[in-house]
Design a protein around this ligand. Structure first.
Ligand code: EAX
Length: 325
């Protein structure tokens, strides 16, 4: 009897999920370098978790492609060899087409609208959908509104884009957007400085912080404030891992990552005006009032494109377009 009790106790103990008060190391992957949007979320999260857990939780950040590109980090998260990541929405595309809904061009009018939708029930539907691919979507932080740069010519209207070799993220949607606009899109993982420098590609599109942090002003002459896609990150965990940790630890993680995301969004937005000024000062020619109506018109048929043919994705896109009208 005593033996049985002991065995049960030992069994219980072994099966007990990791507790907030037991030592734990979280491996967290980001593809970009320190100072980047993703790292700002990661570092804030690390500081909050390590302080609040009294040192029991250690967050180890792997940055600068040290554990692979964003697709490879996501694969490691699925397998739980990496527990968390701060990953741009684009590369999630190959795992779950639901994310194409948030990257729909010209969807969000401004930051406030993006926050309200992504932090509300529609955003939650996207995060929940990721569970079927082995991801626990925790929340959204941001890369930001994406702008076009290139080294060939000033771009004001869609016809100026004609034939430009534009690097895009690993995403069927992003490829389709640039094809529809008449460019020649090439999917390529991050980073892309060398390819731009060597002229393998003419241009790329990213938020302003990327142009300053990665010194794109050295190798790209023209920038157009297209703001064509709002690009969030998904702050993501391995579902396999998530299901082994106890509720208090899960709550601590959710609270810390939410706070880190809010902190980073604010930080990113506060810096944008200075970044624009800096890029001009560095010699970039900036088109600040492109013919966005013409860009929109060219992309209007996208909603019925086959990349949105999945009924669940299509239905969410319809509701998202309605909510952001
Ligand atoms: O965060 O691949 C991309 O274009 C991303 O925006 C990049 O990781 C910068």
């Amino acid at each position: 009897m005593q033996k049985l009790l002991l065995a049960m106790l030992v069994g219980c103990f072994c099966l007990t999920p990791l507790s907030a008060f037991g030592a734990m190391t979280i491996k967290l992957g980001v593809v970009t370098k320190p100072g980047s949007a993703q790292n700002i979320v990661a570092e804030k999260f690390k500081a909050l978790m390590e302080a609040r857990s009294g040192g029991e939780v250690t967050v180890k950040i792997y940055h600068s492609k040290s554990i692979g590109n964003e697709t490879e980090i996501l694969q490691q998260i699925q397998m739980n060899t990496v527990q968390m990541g701060i990953i741009t929405v684009g590369p999630f595309d190959t795992f779950d087409p639901i994310v194409r809904v948030v990257n729909y061009p010209f969807l969000f009018k401004n930051n406030e609208q993006a926050d309200a939708i992504l932090d509300g029930p529609l955003g939650q539907e996207i995060l929940t959908s990721l569970e079927s691919s082995g991801f626990k979507g925790l929340c959204f932080s941001e890369n930001g509104f994406r702008n076009l740069t290139n080294n060939k010519r000033a771009v004001r209207a869609p016809e100026d884009v004609d034939g430009l070799k534009i690097r895009v993220m690993s995403s069927a949607l992003h490829k389709t957007i640039w094809q529809t606009l008449g460019a020649n899109p090439t999917p390529m993982p991050w980073p892309i400085y060398t390819e731009l420098e060597q002229g393998v590609i003419d241009g790329q599109e990213n938020p302003l912080w990327v142009m300053t942090e990665y010194k794109f002003y050295e190798i790209q002459k023209y920038m157009t404030l297209t703001r064509h896609v709002y690009s969030p990150h998904i702050d993501v965990a391995s579902l396999r891992w998530w299901n082994t940790i106890d509720a208090p630890t899960q709550a601590m993680i959710l609270k810390a990552i939410r706070e880190a995301a809010d902190y980073q969004r604010k930080d990113n937005r506060e810096k944008d005006a200075a970044r624009l000024a800096y890029l001009k000062e560095k010699g970039m020619e900036v088109e600040e009032s492109p013919d966005l109506a013409a860009f929109r018109t060219k992309l209007v048929s996208l909603q019925s494109n086959s990349i949105y043919s999945d009924p669940t994705v299509n239905d969410l896109l319809r509701r998202m377009l309605e909510a952001t009208r």
